[in-house]
Design a protein around this ligand. Sequence first.
Ligand SMILES: Nc1ncnc2c1ncn2[C@@H]1O[C@H](COP(=O)(O)OP(=O)(O)OP(=O)(O)O)[C@@H](O)[C@H]1O
Ligand SMILES: [Mg+2]
Length: 262
Amino acid sequence: MSLIARGITVDLGRSRILHDIDFAAHSGAVTCIVGPNGSGKTTLLRALTGEIGYSGTVTLEGTDIAAAPPWRLAERRGVLPQATALAFPFNVIEVVRLGLTDHRDAPRAAQALARVGLQGYGTRYYQELSGGEKQRVQLARVLAQIGTPVGPEGPRWLFLDEPVSALDIGHQLQVIRIARDFARAGGGVVAVMHDLNLTAMVADSVCVLSHGRKLAHGGPAEVLTDATLSAVYRCTLRVGAAPPPGMPYILPHMAAEAADRA
Ligand SMILES: Nc1ncnc2c1ncn2[C@@H]1O[C@H](COP(=O)(O)OP(=O)(O)OP(=O)(O)O)[C@@H](O)[C@H]1O
Ligand SMILES: [Mg+2]
C-alpha cells in the first residue's frame, strides 16, 4: 500500500531540477518533504502527482501514474498546490465544489468547509478572503474531492504543498490534525513543509532535498539532526537545545498526534 518513485529526473527550461530521486511513502503514514527554497520540493510533488513530465517511474498503489487516465488519478489522490490563482469571481462554496466529480455530492462540500473551520463562509466571495482563509478553502476543495481516506479501490492520497504556510498557529495545528487523522484512517499523506517543528511532530518519515537531490529519508529523529539540517539550510541549528534563559519559547502541544505516531 504505497507510493513508489524510482529514478525521478526532471528538466525544466534548460536546467536539471531533480536528479535521479528514489522516493517512497506509505498509506497510513504522513511523509514530509523538507528542504530550502528552490531545492525541488514542489517539482518533486508535481512529478509524484503526474502534473509535470519526468523520467523514471511513479506507481501509486501499484498503478503506474503515467498510464492512468486523469479522472482515475483524481479519484485516488487530491493535490493542494503551493499557490492557486482564480481568475473568476467564484464564491467559496463554488470553489470547494470544483473538487467534486459528482455535483449531487453538495453536502460533502459543506462538510469539507466545516472541517477547515469555515462553516458559514460558503456565500462569501473567494477573492475577498484573507490569505489564510483562501488556503483553507483550497484544502477544503481537496478534501471534498478525495472524500474518505480509504475507498472501495483502496487507500486514497493527499499531496499537500506547504499546507500551513499562510496559517496562524491554531489553524496550523488544525490542518496538521486533518493530515494525521487522514493517515490514521488508512490514507496516505505527502506534505511539503518548511516548519521543522511541525514536521517533527506530524511526520512518520521525512525526506530532505537539497539542490534537487535527496539527501536523507527516514524517521524524524534519524533525519532531523544538527548536522543534516545545518548543512542543508546553511545556518547553525541545534535540534532539541533549550533556549537561553528568559527567551520565550512557544511550542505547540500535540500530545495526541505525537502518541499516535509512536
Ligand atoms: N518552469 C520552470 N522553469 C525553469 N526552472 C524552474 C521552473 N520551475 C521551477 N524551476 C526551478 O526549479 C528549482 C526548484 O523549484 P521548486 O519550485 O521545486 O522549489 P521548492 O523547493 O518548492 O522551493 P520553495 O520552498 O521556494 O517553494 C528552482 O530553482 C526553480 O527556480
Ligand atoms: Mg515549493
